[in-house]
Design a protein around this ligand. Structure first.
Ligand code: FES
Length: 176
């Protein structure tokens, strides 16, 4: 082998070594960089989607009144619910008008007027109707809209357990 051939061979093996060192470095640095970015990004992604992963607690039932208190005359009950909405937790007070129908079935209506959201009251004018003082909407005892409001009062889901009335989420009125 001539001197020139030997020189070229040693040069090419040196070149090969340099290339593999570069690759090694780029893989190592790339891997370390990806690991560091992942270490920062993953907790941020987890934090961002955390509310989606959490079980919603707004749909639970709350003990509100004794069954024996409920008559065919609607009564107003106030109760507190624990609500989790994303990162925000709160304990708002809710109001329900609870009554029995002619068959003794207990039902509960939301007091939120379906016109513009004021609060209705029962029998304000001794006419056995719900009345909204804001624009004078009227509803029947079952929550049927009689005047001004475009829809019936919403209803709460009701469960009866051990002589107690439990109220759950609001649902569209199923009685009218
Ligand atoms: S908000 Fe009740 S009548 Fe307008």
């Amino acid at each position: 082998m001539s001197n020139r051939e030997q020189h070229e061979q040693s040069h090419s093996s040196a070149k090969k070594k340099t290339m593999s060192r570069r690759q090694f470095l780029s893989y190592t640095l790339g891997g370390a960089g990806a690991f560091m970015v992942g270490g920062v990004a993953l907790p941020m992604i987890r934090f961002a989607i955390d509310p989606v992963l959490q079980k919603k607690t707004g749909g639970t039932f709350v003990k509100v009144a004794q069954e024996s208190e409920i008559t065919t005359e609607p009564k107003e009950f106030k109760y507190q619910i624990h609500q989790v909405d994303g990162w925000y937790e709160s304990d708002p007070v809710r109001t329900a008008w609870i009554a029995r129908d002619q068959n003794g079935v207990i039902f509960a209506l939301s007091p939120i007027c379906k016109h513009l959201g004021c609060t209705v009251n029962w029998n304000t004018h001794n006419d056995n109707q719900y009345f909204c003082p804001c624009h004078e909407a009227k509803y029947s005892i079952d929550g049927k809209n009689l005047k001004v409001a475009p829809a019936p009062l919403d209803e709460y889901e009701v469960e009866l357990r051990d002589g107690w009335v439990y109220l759950g989420p609001v649902k569209p009125n199923s009685r009218v």
